[in-house]
Design a protein around this ligand. Structure first.
Ligand SMILES: Cc1cc2nc3c(=O)[nH]c(=O)nc-3n(C[C@H](O)[C@H](O)[C@H](O)COP(=O)(O)OP(=O)(O)OC[C@H]3O[C@@H](n4cnc5c(N)ncnc54)[C@H](O)[C@@H]3O)c2cc1C
Length: 313
């Protein structure tokens, strides 16, 4: 396995990373299928899980010095990693970077924490506004990055400040106010700056915990009813095209249950592609292309993918 270049001191990249985060937080030749909700993806040369912002900054600096542009990931729930995997370094921001609390009337949490945990914490504090997020299986950072949303709510309704690291300079940037984040449908400024989100501050409203809990449970039940949660997937594969419902377009093309190998258009929700066993990234991509072609041929609608692609082709 190649772990990249050596430094002037002759130290291997993996050794330098281990010195920063500890051996238990660096994995070599790590199958990405174990880190994605699709359960698909070849090996990453090096997968690093920093436990603090300082560690993350140091990891970014080592990557920079060795000429490696790292791939940043959260919980891997919106990702399709190629079958060949990812060359170089993957930085996974997970519960290692998952502290959370209140700062005045703002909820503040680190990027790696699960969004569902943030929603539950808000409920316990009697704060309303994150009920929509309880069933989204990503990290807080991943959710802010793509302005995740469901059932009429979006991250942009709550995010009032973020802290992120510039991956080139290592400088910490603080964005104040919702407008500064250039949120749009499944979009934020971070997709364009490539800065690594490390923390977010959310403004929520006082509410009745019992009412908040009931609403969360109602939305979670709706998910269970309408989504194929018993199979690995990455959620909705496509963005919602203006004026249409993706699932309906796909179903009307007769593609419900259509499969390429083990990648299948879900029979429960045609906007999802599920892995029914041993699907490869190539099969998923072929299926995506087929669905896009059929929907375009029949309705003239160009489906854009919402999931993100990573890895060597
Ligand atoms: C069953 C299921 C249901 C889902 N339902 C919904 C839903 O209702 N609404 C919805 O919007 N999504 C939904 N999703 C998709 C997914 O959960 C969200 O997109 C989530 O926000 C992704 O977060 P993540 O941490 O898993 O990101 P990842 O998949 O790990 O990464 C996604 C992208 O974000 C970038 N990224 C992640 N963290 C950071 C960071 N800290 N700094 C910079 N870049 C970062 C990565 O580079 C990558 O490009 C669903 C997925 C599944 C499997």
């Amino acid at each position: 396995m190649s772990t990249g270049m050596c430094s002037d001191s002759g130290e291997d990249l993996s050794e330098r990373l281990i010195r920063i985060v500890g051996a238990e937080s660096v994995r070599m030749n790590e199958p990405m299928s174990g880190h994605t909700s699709f359960r698909i993806g070849g090996p990453a040369d090096l997968l690093v899980q920093p436990g603090s912002t300082d560690q993350l900054r140091a990891v970014l600096a080592v990557c920079r010095e060795s000429g490696t542009d790292p791939f940043i990931m959260g919980n891997g729930s919106n990702l399709l990693v190629s079958d060949k995997g990812i060359r170089g370094v993957v930085i996974k921001l997970c519960e290692n970077l998952g502290r959370m609390g209140m700062e005045g009337d703002l909820l503040v949490a680190e990027a790696g924490i699960r969004l569902s945990r943030v929603a539950k914490f808000a409920m316990d504090q009697g704060l309303t506004g994150l009920e929509f997020a309880a069933g989204i299986p990503g990290s807080l950072g991943g959710a802010v990055w793509m302005n995740a949303g469901a059932y009429g709510g979006e991250m942009k309704d709550t995010v009032v400040r973020t802290a992120s690291l510039d991956r080139e300079s290592g400088e910490m940037k603080v964005l104040e106010g919702t407008a500064a984040h250039a949120f749009n449908y499944r979009e934020s400024i971070f997709m364009h700056t490539r800065d690594v989100l490390v923390r977010a501050w959310l403004r929520l409203k006082q509410g009745d915990p019992a009412v908040i809990r009931a609403e969360m449970e109602r939305l979670l039940a709706r998910r269970r009813e309408s989504q194929p949660l018993d199979h690995p997937s990455a959620g909705s594969v496509f963005k919602r095209p203006a004026g249409h419902y993706t699932g309906r377009l796909v179903e009307e093309c007769g593609l419900k249950g259509y499969a390429v190998g083990d990648a299948q258009v879900s029979g429960k929700h045609c906007g999802f592609i599920v892995n029914r066993g041993h699907a490869t990234a190539l099969e998923v991509k072929q299926l995506i292309r087929h669905v896009q072609q059929e929907v375009f041929r029949r309705f003239g609608v160009q489906l854009e993918t919402e999931i993100r692609f990573a890895g060597e082709e």
